[in-house]
Design a protein around this ligand. Structure first.
Ligand code: SF4
Length: 455
């Protein structure tokens, strides 16, 4: 063993896997080539059939928002159609299923993403809103964070599941390449508790994957177009790849490398390896088709604001989850240049002195509102401000359409900006360099009280 091999062994103390996982990479610039690329990828993997005749096949794309295919946010209809067509050729009964994290009606999502028509034209039996199906409590084998999970019945009834994630950045999980797509199998309200940190999300997604591991046939990443930079708000890029593997962890690791990250950089890969769901070690992966170095397409980083863009807003964080940073950096919803503000979030917040002379102090989240979670003297320092606005819900644990991010946006609603968190909030949490340029100016105008209309 060379010194560099010894170093690479150090991530997990376990014997090297005897059998390598195979990942296929195929290339093309247009979605008109999707079918050819997918057929080539399956050939490279040695997969002659996606299913046996008569089997129920569930195809799970990533359709997180009601956006058109050219926005790059959702699995492209041509990719869904090509996979449906292959499974139909093999004699499967094919369903396409998804639910929307943001509470948009799936009718709208299937329509906007063009997936319904594409899937039905390709021969799918049904396109199903997984959020409104019958749910069944399923046991998680070898559980880490959830012993059971409510899973849509059509998912549990499927003989074969094909995972079709999209190549995108995400400010919680870094990338959304593989296992993250499993979160869509939970009810929308069940999945939000896992949005606090990358580890919460990765452990949850891996546990959900364990429920369907025996049905999982293939993870196939749509990376012909992707979204770089900001979560749901970044520019579209064109990596021009399809990545496919029977090992979802290996598919994600190779996707990470193509996007310009370390193979093990996302928590999903590390935690998936620890739970033995696959491998992210490049030495244990046999890449077939295009070489990673030839298709590398470094994504713009998902660059975050950790401070307010306004000089009259001071920030105090300590032990703060990502889920609290999002609303915190977007508060106050409307900034008056004549006032002085502070935004406080997290458990055990560091505050040097009394917040005197401040007009408004926002305590974001349960942790910031509870003196029991804080250092001695915390409330005295906070209460020195003229006005303290408490938002005592946990944005990471509670997120419904009525109370986005745990209700911390009540302030925004009172100001007449009911949807601030869903779109403007994305513009505020990411540095302008990583957001689509057209989204920022209007969001800023609304925040500064100069514009009260919503597109
Ligand atoms: S309220 Fe506390 S636990 Fe909830 S997201 Fe904020 S920092 Fe995390």
């Amino acid at each position: 063993m060379t010194p560099s091999q010894a170093h690479r062994m150090s991530f997990l103390q376990r014997p090297r896997r005897e059998t390598k996982s195979r990942v296929a990479i195929t290339c093309g610039k247009e979605y008109a080539e999707a079918e050819r690329m997918i057929d080539e990828a399956l050939d490279l993997l040695g997969i002659e059939r996606l299913c046996q005749a008569g089997e129920n096949v569930l195809v799970k794309p990533n359709l997180c928002l009601p956006t058109p295919p050219e926005d790059g946010e959702t699995t492209h209809p041509a990719v869904v159609a090509a996979v449906v067509k292959r499974a139909k050729q093999d004699g499967g009964r094919v369903w396409v299923g998804e639910s929307c994290a943001w509470h948009f009606p799936m009718e709208l999502v299937f329509e906007a993403t063009q997936v319904r028509q594409a899937a039905l034209d390709a021969g799918a039996e049904q396109v199903v809103d997984l959020g409104t199906c019958e749910f069944v409590e399923a046991r998680v084998p070898n559980p880490r964070v959830m012993k059971t999970a409510s899973i849509p019945k059509p998912v549990l009834d499927a003989d074969v599941i094909i995972n079709l994630p999209k190549m995108k950045n995400n400010f919680v999980t870094l990338t959304t390449l593989s296992i993250k797509n499993m979160l869509g199998l939970l009810r929308p309200d069940d999945r939000h508790p896992y949005h606090r940190t990358p580890m919460d999300m990765a452990w949850a997604c891996n546990d959900i994957f364990k429920i369907i591991e025996h049905q999982h046939r293939l993870t196939l990443i749509d990376g012909i177009w992707g979204v770089e930079g900001a979560t749901h708000a970044g520019p579209v890029c064109e990596p021009g790849v399809i990545i496919a593997s029977e090992d979802p962890i290996a598919a994600e690791a190779i996707g990470n490398m193509i996007m310009g990250y370390h193979a093990l950089e996302s928590a999903q890969v590390q935690i998936g390896m620890k739970d033995d769901l696959g491998t992210g070690e490049p030495d244990e992966i046999d890449v077939v088709g295009a070489r990673v170095e030839d298709v590398k397409h470094p994504f713009e980083r998902c660059l975050m604001y950790y401070v307010s863009r306004y000089p009259n807003v001071s920030e105090y964080y300590g032990g703060t989850c990502q889920a609290c940073v999002w609303p915190a950096v977007a508060l106050p919803a409307v900034v008056d240049p004549e006032k002085k503000y502070a935004v406080v979030a997290g458990a055990r917040v560091f505050i040097a002195d009394k917040l005197e002379d401040l007009d408004e102090v926002y305590l974001v989240g349960t942790c910031a509102c509870a003196s029991s979670h804080q250092f001695e003297g915390y409330m005295d320092k906070v209460n020195a401000a003229k006005k303290v606005i408490k938002m005592p819900t946990c944005p990471g644990l509670t997120h419904t359409i009525e109370e986005p991010m745990g209700g911390v946006y009540d302030q925004a609603r009172e100001g007449g900006f009911p949807e601030l968190v869903l779109a403007d909030g994305l513009a505020f949490i990411h540095l302008p360099d990583s957001v689509r340029p057209e989204l920022v100016p209007e969001a800023v105008e609304r925040r500064e009280g100069r514009k009260k209309t919503w597109p």
